[in-house]
Design a protein around this ligand. Structure first.
Ligand code: GLU
Length: 447
């Protein structure tokens, strides 16, 4: 297999799908050498098959807004790969959602889910619906309309969606309600990220951020370092950044920045628990403005319009918002200001030029599919609890999450250790995730 040749074919076939091509290229380059040491992969054309989804559903979502006007959105579900288990992956509601975005996210999910050690295939879905400024009634009607199509494609043992950008516990609740009504099936395991009183994992809201910090702890330990007193810049202020901020405080780090589409809030002397709680209020307001933090806590947070979190001096950068949110110029600014570690918590949060810059400047860098896998891993635990009809205490879920993040870190080290002793976490994560899926595909025959 030659990564460049496969990429040229993909470019020709899917020229418009920029994000998907970016995600595919990173994986193909990482796995090229090891793939070519396995003739059984080449014989089964694993790489040509793994880059095409099993199937894609697209559908119209029509709903009525508060003014009585009819709105029309486009809904999707990309079922990418089922080699190691039922399809699993989130739903994203964002005006920029398109097939390229969901194919990139679904593709990433294959390897991420494989890294979790749990039996889950890869999928992603969503809609080009913009939750910003929508009332609760509009959110409910949209979620219900979305589910009237999606329900046929999913099921507790076939495909299990969850949240992602723009989809949290409230949306999952509305979608589950409509699923239950249409399917006349009362198995809560069809969606994860549910409310804690009706089958949700106690720790699912925190899990992505907590898991990222556990991964970071492992990475720092491997590097002979510690998180205590380190300045951490986070982007975003949504569910992922919230969990990351909570755990940073617990572990003795200091959050020095959060950000939003409107700009950055530099946090003076580290974020407080009260401010972390306020992130939830900001999120549920659907205003999408980080300036609200500075308005509420003027002595603690200084807002600058139009700036990113990467303009604030820090030791560790944690992108927690959106793909490609950290550019090569941002990486240069971070390094010039003394940043020496970056863990992607968002999916593909760094542009390829930023990753190259970090790696060539000896900045510890780890990719989203390893760092943020705690979210989907906890979803996997939620599925297990639902299938067994039981609930686990938060401590039990947390202990399992710790173990999973440690295992993911070990897998990255195993496959990413370079001749000079350093660890290429991008390569490590991609190879570790790929090997399991590719082996399963060979064993299951040509499909
Ligand atoms: N959207 C999250 C992710 O990117 C979670 C998916 C899930 O829990 O299924 O991994």
């Amino acid at each position: 297999m030659k990564a460049a040749e496969i990429m040229a074919q993909l470019q020709a076939k899917h020229a418009e799908e920029k994000e998907f091509l970016q995600a595919a290229e990173e994986v193909l380059i990482s796995i090229e050498d090891i793939y070519n040491q396995h003739p059984e992969f080449e014989k089964a054309r694993i790489v040509e098959r793994i880059v095409e989804p099993d199937r894609i559903f697209t559908f119209r979502v029509a709903w009525v807004d508060d003014k009585g006007d009819v709105q029309v959105n486009l809904g999707y579900r990309v079922q990418f790969n089922s080699a190691i288990g039922p399809y699993k992956g989130g739903l994203r509601f964002h005006p920029k959602v398109n097939l390229s975005m969901l194919k990139f996210l679904g593709f990433e999910q294959i390897f991420k889910n494989s890294l979790t050690t749990l039996p889950m295939g890869g999928a992603k879905g969503g809609a080009d619906f913009d939750p910003v400024g929508k009332s609760d009634g509009e959110i409910m009607r949209f979620c219900q309309a979305f589910m009237t199509e999606l329900w046929k494609c999913i099921g507790p043992d076939t495909d299990v969606p969850a949240g992602d950008v723009g989809v949290g516990g409230r949306e999952i609740g509305y979608m589950y309600g409509m699923y239950k009504k249409l399917a006349r099936e009362y198995n809560t395991g069809v969606l994860t990220g549910k409310g804690a009183t009706w089958g949700g994992s106690i720790l699912r809201p925190e899990a992505t951020g907590y898991g990222a910090l556990y991964f970071l702890e492992n990475l720092l330990k491997e590097a002979g370092k510690d998180i205590k007193g380190k300045k951490i810049a986070l982007s975003g202020f949504g569910n992922v950044a919230w969990g990351a901020a909570k755990k940073t405080n617990e572990l003795g780090g200091q959050v020095v920045a959060i950000s939003g589409p409107d700009g950055v809030c530099e946090i003076i002397d580290g974020i407080t628990d009260e401010m972390i709680d306020y992130m939830l209020v900001m999120r549920s307001s659907n205003r999408n403005k980080v300036q609200d933090m500075a308005d509420k806590f003027p002595a603690k947070a200084k807002f600058t319009a139009g700036k990113k979190a990467w303009s604030v001096k820090c030791d560790i950068a944690l992108p927690c918002a959106f793909q490609n949110e950290l550019s090569e110029d941002d990486a240069k600014e971070l390094v010039a200001n003394g940043c020496w570690c970056c863990c992607e918590v968002s999916n593909m949060g760094c542009q390829p030029g930023a990753i190259k810059y970090f790696q060539s400047n000896k900045v510890y860098f780890a990719p989203g599919k390893a760092v943020n896998a705690g979210g989907v891993a906890t979803s996997g635990l939620e599925m297990t609890q639902n299938a067994a009809h039981l609930g686990w205490a938060g401590e039990e879920v947390d202990a399992k999450l710790h173990f999973i993040m440690k295992s993911i870190h070990e897998a990255c080290v195993k496959y990413g250790r370079q001749a000079d002793g350093t660890i290429d976490y991008v390569k490590g994560a991609n190879i570790a995730g790929f090997m399991k899926v590719a082996t399963a595909m060979v064993e299951q025959g040509v499909l």
